[in-house]
Ligand binder design. Structure first.
Ligand code: SF4
Length: 400
């Protein structure tokens, strides 16, 4: 498995596969063709179908700037290698300098066809959760100690930075008001929700409102193209920070404890990324929001001092009950259902924690089993439910 620095990525929303990946690929193309005086970039597959809403064209144009770019939206051609395909043609005057086909594979990463992919080192030798848990039990390690063992102590400054960006994205989102761009006229709700957290409200309702407002805040910042942390993706970026901030405030925890929870959540996200997928285009929203909920539940379990089996149970419950969740963003915008879905998943992570606490040791399904099931389910989903905005809510929105 790769480093957690490959999982938690800091960048502009609203989509790791549709904005961060294309932006990173475009920056590379600028260095591959330094003499180019114009580019033609063809967006295919999911990038063509939902790229406008995801601001893919903006990301490409900005990254290639000041070289002018013509964007071609190709919704028809097949994309047999990967649903997120970009084709770059570089020109100097009338002369074509070269062509590259690129695949945005999720998490802000990309590969170039025919070129050896830059594969980040696999710094964790274990691949599945059971191996990790066994190793930790044998050596009396918590999951965050397992992370520190392979990543070195420098992981803590990285996770501290991640936590600061997460807090910033929530703070900005709680402050902001008005309507998100893109044409759906979606009103930002985080500020309103947060301002309704009143002291005399029943404690449990007030806590729910706080968690939801934080999840809305981070997700609305993502939808607005703000700087966020993928956790594990842009579209699902609100779940983990919302539950962490809630728990930090509730228990008065120092940042160092939050970073340990981020490391634990990272182990869960890494196992899913390695053995299944965290991409909505590949496996539907279960791979994004389901994974985020699972990571959040594990983080909460860590903060509550639960043992390794209970952490696994919380993560498993959280993912299991997202199985089959489709990706159907209305108009290709990461707004409906994405923003509200982050808030619901944050609440579900808390529910999963409670079930793991109440029913410890009655569990029948392992985390590895539910990860495998999620992947198989995702591969069986029709493409219209995998970030193409051709089915589900995206199709029926506006139909009475
Ligand atoms: S529906 Fe889920 S997977 Fe699809 S864009 Fe929204 S958050 Fe991402």
């Amino acid at each position: 498995m790769e480093s957690l620095t490959e999982l938690y990525r800091i960048g502009r929303g609203p989509s790791s596969s549709h904005t961060m990946g294309p932006a990173n690929a475009s920056s590379l193309m600028k260095t591959v063709f330094p003499e180019a005086d114009r580019f033609e970039v063809t967006l295919k597959g999911s990038l063509a179908k939902t790229g406008k809403g995801h601001l893919t064209d903006d990301a490409v144009v900005t990254a290639l700037s000041p070289v002018p770019v013509r964007i071609i939206w190709d919704t028809e051609s097949p994309t047999p290698v990967h649903p997120n395909t970009l084709e770059y043609r570089a020109f100097k005057g009338e002369r074509e300098l070269g062509f590259r086909r690129v695949f945005s594979v999720g998490g802000g990463k990309f590969t170039v066809e025919g070129e050896k992919a830059f594969d980040p080192p696999q710094i964790y030798p274990e691949k599945i959760f059971e191996e990790i848990k066994s190793l930790c039990k044998e050596n009396k390690l918590r999951f965050w100690q397992y992370v520190e063992h392979y990543e070195g102590p420098e992981i803590w400054s990285f996770l501290n930075k991640v936590w600061n960006v997460m807090r910033d994205e929530i703070a900005r989102g709680l402050d902001a008001e008005g309507t998100l761009g893109g044409g759906l006229n979606v009103q930002r709700k985080a500020h309103l929700l947060y301002s309704q957290c009143v002291q005399f409200e029943e404690a449990v309702r007030s806590e729910s409102r706080l968690v939801c407002s934080c999840a809305f805040a981070a997700s609305e910042e993502n939808a607005a193209g703000g700087v966020i942390v993928t956790a594990p993706t842009c579209g699902s970026c609100g779940v983990v920070p919302a539950v962490l901030l809630y728990m930090q405030e509730k228990l008065g925890l120092p940042d160092s404890e939050i970073c340990k929870a981020l490391a634990t959540a990272g182990v869960i996200g890494n196992v899913i990324k390695t053995n299944a997928s965290i991409s909505g285009a590949e496996c539907g929203c279960q791979a994004e929001i389901g994974s985020a909920c699972s990571m959040a539940a594990a983080a909460l379990a860590e903060l509550n001092g639960m043992d390794l089996d209970q952490i696994e149970y919380a993560a498993e419950v959280a993912l299991e009950h997202h199985l089959g969740l489709t990706c159907d963003p209305v108009a290709g915008l990461v707004q409906i259902p994405c923003i509200e879905r982050n808030a619901v998943a944050a609440m579900r992570a808390i529910n999963a924690l409670e079930i793991a606490d109440f029913l410890t040791y009655t569990r029948k399904i392992s985390f590895d089993t539910v990860v495998r099931t999620m992947y198989e389910t995702g591969r069986d989903l029709f493409s219209k439910y995998r970030e193409t905005s051709e089915g589900g809510l995206a199709k029926n929105y506006g139909v009475s």
